[in-house]
Design a protein. Structure first.
Length: 394
């Protein structure tokens, strides 16, 4: 454990780093289990140490800044969100430990987790690959592989949300987010080495489908809760914060359902190690939803959000945006499936508000219309595309 030494970093920059890092860790943690990737798991634990440093600096900065009761109250929301980001990072570290500690996870679960909303892949840029010396804009990972590069580790330095003009160098470690189908092509493009899926034998555990369904739903719901929580704080939206509270309660119920299933299944399994990781994964995932509620409590408890909070959320790696669909816009009358927003813009729709009705985590069959307000998260460049699609066409 290295000694942490104080150095002056702005509170806004610290919050941006903590939000970006904790969300990246969450993605890496799940993906390390999904692909049996020890390198991904080790990245999570490396980032967990960085989060400890950020958390230390946030607390010191808050103590230095608070000179009156009023200033302390204004900073309490910042400390609450920083604490929640730290909790998310610890939970991600626990998920990565499933692989590092060789806890059992049924292979059928790894296959079905690929059906969850998104996954993250890690690739070390090879010395012979065709992308060397080219910019991300020139490589066009999004259109060529369906994966978007969200971070680059270059030596000990991190580049979050890299700019299109960022040039790829040999030895760079790329982290990309997208759907499972794009992973093989992304890895082959980045490394120059053909990707081969691992083949696993079936465990033969009866009624495993129920456990798999619960875990996949918990993963998707926990990630949704985090996105909605930050959105609730950014727009000071109590309805969205209440939804996070309801998701957290549902997550508790799902965790208990899974625990009951594991206890029942253990009587019929020769090697209960195959079930140990399931329990660990469920608990860690539920902790992420607890952290999301802690973020949402800034709104639910009527804590006056410090202006720095909105600035940090807007300037982080993954921006959150709100847009109203105007009559005659490209989105007007189209379903989410027809628009393929995630592929074309890199933006993921968290919620849709139509009059007084909310739809959270909308599916592909949902039809959008003029007057709808959509809340989405993604890249800054994707936000610009999304906003243009909401505008009326001339």
């Amino acid at each position: 454990m290295r000694k942490i030494e104080y150095c002056p970093i702005s509170m806004k920059e610290l919050l941006i780093r903590m939000k970006d890092t904790s969300e990246l860790m969450m993605d890496l943690g799940y993906s390390s289990v999904l692909y049996d990737d020890v390198d991904l798991a080790m990245e999570v634990h490396h980032l967990e140490e960085e989060m400890d440093i950020y958390d230390y600096h946030v607390q010191i900065s808050a103590m230095l800044a608070a000179r009156t009761v009023e200033e302390a109250e204004a900073l309490s929301g910042i400390l609450q969100i920083a604490s929640a980001a730290e909790i998310i990072s610890n939970a991600a570290g626990d998920i990565a430990s499933i692989l590092l500690l060789k806890m059992g996870i049924p292979h059928e679960l790894k296959k079905d987790l690929r059906l969850a909303d998104e996954t993250v892949a890690r690739a070390v840029v090879g010395a012979e690959t065709s992308i060397l010396g080219r910019s991300l804009e020139d490589i066009r990972f999004e259109t060529e592989t369906g994966m978007s590069v969200i971070a680059i580790r270059r030596g000990m330095s991190w580049i979050y949300d890299p700019e299109p003009e960022t040039v790829i160098k040999s030895g760079d470690i790329l982290f990309a987010r997208g759907h499972d189908e794009g992973v093989p092509l992304f890895l082959e493009t980045a490394t120059g080495i053909p990707f081969v899926y691992k083949v696993y034998p079936e465990t033969g555990i009866s009624q495993l489908e129920r456990a798999v369904d619960i875990i996949v739903e918990m993963k998707n719901m926990s990630e949704l809760a985090v996105g909605l929580a930050y959105t609730a704080v950014l727009f000071e939206n109590k309805e969205m914060a209440i939804e996070v509270e309801e998701i957290e309660q549902q997550m508790d119920d799902m965790k208990y359902d899974l625990q009951r299933w594991v206890l029942h299944a253990a009587k019929h399994v020769d090697d209960i190690e195959n079930l140990r990781g399931l329990l660990h994964l469920a608990v860690s995932t539920e902790i992420i939803s607890d952290a999301a509620l802690k973020i949402a409590n800034v709104v639910l408890h009527d804590i006056e959000p410090h202006p720095i909070l909105a600035m940090a959320i807007r300037e982080s790696d993954e921006v959150i945006t709100r847009a109203e669909i105007l009559p005659g816009a490209m989105m007007d009358g189209k379903t989410l499936g027809e628009l393929e927003l995630e592929t074309d813009t890199g933006m993921y729709v968290l919620a849709i508000k139509r009059a007084d009705r909310w739809t959270y985590n909308p599916r592909s069959k949902v039809t959008l219309g003029a007057g709808d307000t959509i809340f989405a998260r993604g890249t800054k460049s994707g936000e610009e595309k999304l906003l243009r699609m909401c505008e009326a066409r001339s």
